[in-house]
Design a protein. Structure first.
Ligand SMILES: NC(=O)c1ccc[n+]([C@@H]2O[C@H](COP(=O)([O-])OP(=O)(O)OC[C@H]3O[C@@H](n4cnc5c(N)ncnc54)[C@H](OP(=O)(O)O)[C@@H]3O)[C@@H](O)[C@H]2O)c1
Length: 238
């Protein structure tokens, strides 16, 4: 029997991350359900069943990231897929009154967390024949979308969430550029407006629908693109 490919999904104890983990498991991958609260991760992994396992991972904690990378190195030795899904939305409302500590927390999780986790997991991705990194972004990070004349989106994007996803898109390009000569592909996906805790359960899409594009990018063939930003309908403007 072939050893299953292993995928790590951050923030996978609920919402879109859990749906991505569930979908990748259904495609035959062994999923590591990243969760900053291990008990929640274990419950999520149990709900997926099969070979799904929880792993403690707080993307804002260097110690937690290092421990997770060491555990994966020890127990698996390589990583085929990394989905940087964990994200938070705070400091909404008018830019002039946004709380700076909340804005800082958003960047810490949505941008620096992705850089730190990717750096820590890259040696494991290099061990796989064809590593895939997927960054879960948002069309609110598209300067073209929010900057269009008459666009209603600047008010939603705010000074923290939207800008953090714009930075994440740039981070995606930066890693894709560095890894262009390797078998590792790095892409950003917008899952669409989805009913989860993050949106107060507003949004027309289900988490399973939202998972489709991240899952497609996680399973890209060797001739697939790198350094892109897409949703289910195709390429998105930066
Ligand atoms: N929902 C949408 O409409 C939408 C649209 C575009 C993009 N997105 C993006 O999709 C991703 C998932 O969002 P969601 O809607 O599924 O939100 P969600 O239901 O609130 O789930 C967010 C996940 O991230 C985890 N997380 C937060 N901070 C973390 C940290 N420091 N370390 C590890 N995990 C952490 C949460 O863990 P806890 O349970 O411990 O808090 C949770 O598992 C985010 O990147 C979001 O920006 C969502």
């Amino acid at each position: 029997m072939q050893t299953p490919l292993v995928a790590l999904i951050t923030g996978a104890n609920k919402g879109i991350g859990l749906a991505i983990a569930r979908s990748l498991a259904a495609k035959g991958l062994a999923v590591l359900v990243g969760a900053r609260d291990l008990a929640l991760g274990e419950a999520a992994a149990a709900s997926i069943g099969g070979t799904a396992r929880a792993i403690a991972l707080d993307v804002t904690s260097p110690l937690s990231i290092a421990a997770a990378a060491a555990a994966i190195r020890r127990e698996v030795g390589r990583l085929a897929v990394l989905v940087n899904n964990a994200g938070i939305a705070r400091a909404g409302g008018p830019p002039s009154s946004a709380a700076l500590d909340e804005a800082r927390a958003v960047f810490e999780t949505n941008v620096l967390g992705v850089i730190a986790v990717t750096q820590a997991m890259l040696p494991l991705l290099r061990e796989a024949p064809a590593g895939r990194i997927v960054n879960v972004s948002s069309s609110l990070g598209s300067l073209t979308v929010i900057g269009a004349p008459g666009s209603p989106w600047p008010g939603v994007a705010g000074v923290a969430y939207g800008p953090s996803k714009a930075a994440l898109n740039a981070v995606t390009i930066a890693f894709a550029h560095e890894l262009a000569d390797t078998a590792i592909k790095v892409n950003a996906a917008c899952p669409g407006y989805t009913a989860t805790d993050l949106t107060g359960h507003r949004g027309p899409r289900t988490a399973l629908q939202a998972a489709r594009e991240p899952v497609r990018l996680a399973l890209l063939a060797d001739d697939g693109p790198t350094g892109g930003f897409t949703n289910e309908d195709g390429p998105l403007p930066w």
